[in-house]
Design a protein around this ligand. Structure first.
Ligand code: GYE
Length: 339
C-alpha cells in the first residue's frame, strides 16, 4: 500500500513567466567551457548561475551531482557555488551572477525569508530566476518564474501516517513520546515537514502522541548525533524519533546505540529523503520507515532553464512525486536506489 514507487514528475499549474523571461540573450559573456551540446538559447550557449545551499547531506550531494551532470549534458556553461548553509553566501553568489550577466539564475534557498532585495536586482537586470528544491516567502511573486521541488507539507503528513503503520506493526502500546530532529531553522523543508506531521498528530492522535523534544540538527549527521544525545539525557523514555532527513537519523542512531538502546526497536525511527545510507540502515532494521524526497532535479531544471532563457512561458510550479518505504521494502529497493 505504502509503496507508491518512485518519482514520476507532474506539472502542476501553469503560469506565465512574464516580462522576466525576456532575458539577456544578447550577452555574449557566456562562452568559455567545452561544447557538449547545443545549449539551446537559439544557438547561443546558455550560462546558468546555480547557488546551492551547501553540502550538508547525502540528499544534497545527489542533488548537486544531478544539476552538474544535467547542465553538462545540456551543453550549458554552469557557474556553481556552495553557500555552506549561509544565506549571506547565497545572496553574494546571486549578486555575482547578476554582475556576470548570466542568462538564468537558479537557487535552492537556504531559508524562506529575506530574498526580495536581491531578487529585485535580478529582475531589474532582466535575469529570470528559478527556485529549485526549496521555496521562499515573498509578497511579489514576479520575483521568480518557477519553483521545482517536492511538497514538504505532504511529506510531513506522509511521515505521520507512516508512524501510525509503524506503531501498529511494532504492536506498540501506551504513550507515544516523540523526539523531533528538525532541519535547518527557517528552511522550507524544516517548517513544512514539521507542519504536515503536526497536522496528522493534532487531527488524529491528540491524546496519545506527544512531541516531547524538538530541536534543529541542521540536516547534518553530526547535528543529529549531538542533538539526539542531549534528547536522550533530557528524556530517557522517548520511544519515537521523527527526523526531517536521513542524515540526522543516521547520526541519531549512533547516539541511541551509545546509550545502550536499539534503534528501530526501543526507539522507532521515521525519516525523510531515502538516500542509500538511509536504505542500508532500514534494511538492517535500524530505521522503520522513510518518506522519499527526490533530489534528481537536474534534467527538468535544464528544460526550464532553456525555456526561460528563450523567453518562453514556463510552468510556475513543478512538483516531484515520491514513494514511501517500510523495512520490508528496503532490501528489495536497495540495489536499484539511484542516490
Ligand atoms: O531533505 C535534506 C537537505 O531541501 C529537500 O535539504 C532538501 C533537504 C533534504 O539537506 O537532506
Amino acid at each position: 500500500m505504502l509503496n507508491r514507487r518512485n518519482f514520476l514528475t507532474a506539472a502542476v499549474g501553469v503560469a506565465v513567466a512574464g516580462g522576466l523571461a525576456a532575458c539577456a540573450k544578447e550577452d555574449d559573456s557566456s562562452s568559455g567551457s567545452s561544447d557538449s551540446g547545443s545549449g539551446g538559447g537559439g544557438g547561443k550557449k546558455i550560462t546558468l548561475g546555480f547557488a546551492q545551499v551547501g553540502s550538508e547531506s547525502g540528499w544534497r550531494t545527489a542533488n548537486t551531482k544531478s544539476v552538474k551532470e544535467a547542465a553538462k549534458e545540456a551543453g550549458y556553461t554552469l557557474k556553481f557555488s556552495d553557500a555552506q548553509q549561509k544565506q549571506e553566501n547565497q545572496i553574494s553568489a546571486i549578486r555575482s551572477y547578476i554582475a556576470q550577466k548570466v542568462d538564468v539564475i537558479a537557487f535552492s534557498p537556504v531559508v524562506v525569508t529575506g530574498w526580495d532585495a536581491v531578487l529585485k536586482e535580478a529582475k531589474t537586470a532582466k535575469i529570470p530566476v528559478i527556485l529549485t528544491d526549496r521555496s521562499i516567502k515573498t509578497s511579489d511573486d514576479s520575483l521568480y518564474v518557477s519553483f521545482i521541488g517536492s511538497d514538504f507539507i505532504d511529506e510531513g503528513r506522509r511521515a505521520g501516517k507512516m508512524l501510525e503503520t509503524v506503531l501498529q506493526k511494532a504492536g506498540h502500546k501506551g504513550p507515544v513520546k516523540i523526539a523531533q530532529l528538525e532541519g535547518t531553522t527557517g528552511a522550507a523543508p524544516a517548517l513544512e515537514r514539521a507542519k504536515g506531521f503536526k497536522e496528522i498528530m493534532d487531527a488524529e492522535h491528540k491524546d496519545d502522541w506527544k512531541i516531547v523534544v524538538s530541536q534543529t540538527g541542521d540536516f547534518t549527521r553530526a547535528g543529529g548525533k549531538q542533538v539526539m544525545a542531549a534528547f536522550l539525557q533530557s528524556d530517557p523514555d522517548i520511544n519515537v524519533l521523527y527526523a526531517h532527513n536521513d542524515d540526522m537519523a543516521l547520526g541519531a542512531i549512533q547516539s541511541i546505540e551509545a546509550a545502550g538502546k536499539k534503534p528501530g526497536k526501543d526507539i522507532l525511527i521515521i525519516s525523510v529523503d531515502g538516500v542509500k545510507d538511509g536504505f542500508v540502515a532500514m534494511s538492517e532494521g535500524k530505521i522503520n520507515g522513510i518518506v522519499e524526497c527526490n533530489p534528481l532535479l537536474g534534467p527538468q531544471l535544464m528544460d526550464l532553464v532553456k525555456k526561460a532563457a528563450d523567453g518562453e512561458t514556463v510552468e510556475r510550479r513543478i512538483k516531484t512525486k515520491e514513494g514511501d518505504f517500510l523495512q520490508e521494502e528496503a532490501k528489495e529497493a536497495l540495489p536499484t536506489r539511484k542516490y
